[in-house]
Design a protein around this ligand. Sequence first.
Ligand SMILES: [Zn+2]
Length: 405
Amino acid sequence: MSSSARGAKVRYAYRLRMSATAKALLLAEWDRCRWVWNQCVAASDAAHRTSITTGVKLECGPAQLDKLLTGWRAEHQWLSDGSSVAQQQTIRDFGRARTKALSDRKDKRLSPRQRRGLPKFKSKHRAAPSLNYTLRGFVLDGRVIRLAGGIVVRPLWSRELPAAPSSIRVYRDALDRWWCSFVVTRPDTELLPTTGQSIGIDWGVVDLAVTTSANHDLEHPQHGRAAAARLTRYQRMMARRKPARGAVPSRGYKAAKRAAAKQHAHVAAQRVDTGRKWAKSIVTDFDQIAVENFRPKFLARSRTARKAADGAIAATKRGLIEQADKHGRDLVLVDPKYTTTDCSSCGARAKHLLPLSKRIYRCDYCGNVAPRDKNSASVIRNRAGFVPAGVDGIRPERSPSGQAA
Ligand SMILES: [Zn+2]
């Protein structure tokens, strides 16, 4: 688990602060690149149709499109006013999207929905601006980024880049906020000092994570509550102002929709933040981490609260695995079967499933009494073969029932 991929490629995203000039320049650049993209769609469709009617395969890859681009730029002054680097990159992106779509079509493991979709026309009103730049197209100049075509943008550096980036994407989200995301090769592992400590982690609905440590339990992020109430209000507003079929949405409807989207983004960001901080504290304080291998069910009929909890658990678990991997910690995923019925002290299995209302585990064999979730967390740690510090310092063989999934 902990053997990390050597130099994993990861994305680091930052919010952008932009001057009105930069914004106008970027939008103009996006308009030209969108035009180039649409020309590529038309050209490759035409080549495909000619290939079918004549029976001779007509190539229309990046090399041919690059030649066409030279022609288009000679023909249109407004096009050659833009950066050629950005337009050439659009052709690369198009080529990659097309190749991927063609190979997806042959991949029988994908659903029909995932298999459709050759690159399509990007409409002015529906496609969100998004521009890619490789090393030729941007320079990191101190705290600012200089993009091809003399565009300067300022990221809000919320965290340090771990290495020099190899490419950058500049884009606008549904809330009209601008972002940039860098692709960087993260250094192998950042080893943390050993602590000699182990921990067991059990996921739950009441508390998001209950652990064998007194100081590392994680409550369900409560920012959900107040925000959920606000969200419901905006959604009701949207329902009241919902436009008739085919009618143009009112200004009020758009405002409510925007407010709801904003609320969503806010809650999601806070969840990610809380989860990240918790995962960091776990990998800092423990060498050995045993985690219940929770798999969300997303039952169609389950309550909203349960669905939200499932989502939060899945995201937190993923974050924890990433952190353990990054810092070279030993993380074992443990099958959740019988973790609620087994005794963490003597290993005996209770005959009956404990009803959810009973919060205390009592062992009939050894008399062990423990809070139910704490008992489960200990069972999980035992199954991974981790011994609490100070018991004997010897790590036993992993029991067969505790095999990592
Ligand atoms: Zn017992």
